[in-house]
Every structure is written in C-alpha cells, then in structure tokens.
Design a binder for this molecule. Structure first.
Ligand code: PEP
Length: 252
C-alpha cells in the first residue's frame, strides 16, 4: 500500500500574531487546495486559534508543538491534549530534539505524552534523532532504536495508524547541514524494520516516516524520492510561503 506523503512546518518560537496570520493566509492561497498529500502547520500555541481560523476551508491541518500528559490542574505553563484539540488541532509534535535537549525531556516523559495524545484522539508526529557525537561514535542506529522503542512503548498497532515518525538528525536541525539522501534513507529503513519487529509488517508498511533537518527547496525533491522517506518536517524554511510551497511541490 502506497503511503500518502505528509509535510509539516514547525514554526518553533517564531512569528508574531500578524506574521503568523499572513503566513497562514499565504500558505492557504499557495497550497491549501493540494489533496495529493497531507499538510500541516505547527504554530506557537498562542497563535493556534488564529491560524486554525485562517486556514479554514483549505486542506492544511494545524498542530501543536507540545502538550503535557496530565488532564488538567496545577501545571503552570503547560497545555493539555484536550486544550490542543479544543482549539482545532489535529496533530501534536512530541519528542522534538529541542524538547529533548533544551528542555531535558526524557524518553519516558515523551512516551507518557504520546500515549495521552493518542488516547485523546490527537494524531502524533513523534520525532527521534541522534546527536553529532552519537553519529560520530557509530551510535546512530542504537540511539534511534532506543528512542523509538521507549517513546512508543505501550502504543498499540491500532494507535500506530495515527503516528507519524519524524527522523531528525540533531546535527542537521537549523544548521544548514542536511543528511544526504542515502544517510537519511539508511535510518528510515532501520526505523521501518524496527516497527516490523515491534509490531508487524502491516504497521511497518503503513507508518509514515518524515525526514527533518535543514530541508530546503533545493534538497527536498531528492530526499522525498527515497523509498522510505514519506514526507518532511520543516523548520526554518516553513516560515516563508515560497520556500514551504516549493518543498511541498517537490513532493508531488
Ligand atoms: C525542525 O525543527 O524540526 C527542523 C527540522 O528544523 P530546520 O528545518 O530548520 O532544520
């Protein structure tokens, strides 16, 4: 079964209210009618309602950059899965390297969030990836395997239909250094094989695995043509209508 491509733009802690609106409206005009693949934007949480409103009527879905696993209560600064859904998000991004390495999120914490998001009906973009020193120490496959095993622990085969894995080598995020298509394909194939071991061939064959790390208009087509690369998670280039549009069109 062919996997439907999925390209998402992670805006991180960027934009202003008016900038977010202009970006969302520009993307709606440029790519909002594309139905050959799934598309999502992931704005800062405070701008989610405005962006949801701005892309209404288009095929662009909206995601949140984070959430906490508790239902509600004394968790200052956090947002819940129910809140994320309540304001119109289809997706939540979990396990991003900045959450892991800037904010110290562990595999166990990420797993609690993944399980809560799925139980609440959200779709999850689950990111994994090795640091530069881990790659240089030949630990790429080991690190990604650990993050997948622990992050998806107790996630059922049925729930996996709502999980997209994003492979993002940390050394390629925001650095301008992209993994070569062959380097990316090698890890994607390893993750797919691991999903076959953890679940079954059906889950392995159906799960989408995005590549992320300095995806740009000029490298997108080659990355997206690799057999196990099913889309992209785009950071910096998702902040410009023209660049994100070119990346999306490279995947058509
Ligand atoms: C990201 O934040 O997920 C990312 C891949 O960033 P960039 O495209 O800027 O490297």
């Amino acid at each position: 079964m062919a996997r439907r491509k999925f390209i998402a733009g992670n805006w991180k802690m960027n934009t202003t209210q008016s900038g977010a609106l202009a970006l969302a409206e520009g993307l709606k005009d440029a790519i909002g009618g594309i139905d050959a693949m799934d598309l999502a934007v992931i704005p800062p949480s405070v701008y989610i309602p405005a962006v949801v409103e701005a892309v209404k009527g288009s095929r662009i879905a909206v995601g949140a950059q984070n959430m906490y696993f508790e239902e509600s209560g004394a968790f200052t600064g956090e947002i819940s899965a129910a809140m994320v859904q309540d304001v119109g998000c289809k997706y939540v991004l979990l396990g991003h390297s900045e959450r892991r390495h800037v904010f110290g999120e562990t595999d166990e914490l990420i797993n609690r969030k993944v399980k809560k998001a799925l139980a609440s009906g959200l779709d999850v973009i689950f990111a994994v990836g090795e640091l530069l020193d881990e790659r240089e120490a030949d630990k790429t496959l080991e690190v990604n395997e650990r993050q997948v095993r622990l992050g998806l622990a107790d996630v059922s085969a049925e729930e996996m239909a709502r999980v997209t894995v994003a492979y993002e080598p940390v050394w390629a995020i925001g650095t301008g250094k992209t993994a070569s298509p062959a380097q990316a394909q090698e890890v994607h194939a390893m993750i797919r094989k691991l999903l076959g071991d953890l679940y079954d061939a059906k889950v392995a064959g159906a799960t989408r695995i995005q590549y992320g790390g300095s995806v740009k208009p000029d490298n997108a087509a080659e990355l997206l043509s690799q057999p196990d690369i099913d889309g992209a998670l785009v950071g910096g280039a998702s902040l410009k209508v023209n660049d994100f549009t070119a990346i999306v069109k490279a995947g058509l």
